[in-house]
Design a protein around this ligand. Sequence first.
Ligand code: ATP
Length: 136
Amino acid sequence: MKLQFSAGGIVFKKSGDKTEILISQHSQHHGWVFPKGLIAEKETKEQTALREVKEEAGVNGKIIRALNPVTYWYVAEGEKIRKTVYYFLMEYASGDIVKHDYEMEAVEWLPENKVEERLTYESDKIVWKEAKQFIG
Ligand code: ATP
């Protein structure tokens, strides 16, 4: 059994009374997820989350608050892995989703009310429910 720790962002962008959320499709498993990645050595969770949102989705975010960690199990090369993901609620600051990298095959700004049905994994739906309360 191996433990992995990642961090990422649930990024919102408000314009007028419209709120959009950054969501992306993973190039390997094709699931619709929030951008995230492994916490590198000597990096804080916050640094990882901001870096991954920039790398994977092309966007700079501003951290608003930490959210409850997400955990799940998966198997890679015959080994069971328990992953914990620390998501942060972020407000869009700058950047453009056209600059996203190859790890994501698609990146979209999705209207807030379409996010739950688009998310692939149950654990992400739970953290999304929490994030939504703070977006207002
Ligand atoms: P990271 O982005 O943290 O570097 P990764 O891109 O290498 O990770 P994951 O996104 O963790 O890999 O995907 C590894 C496996 O876990 C895949 O089989 C994927 O389908 C599954 N998975 C991803 N997110 C979840 C989740 N929230 N709940 C359950 N299974 C998930």
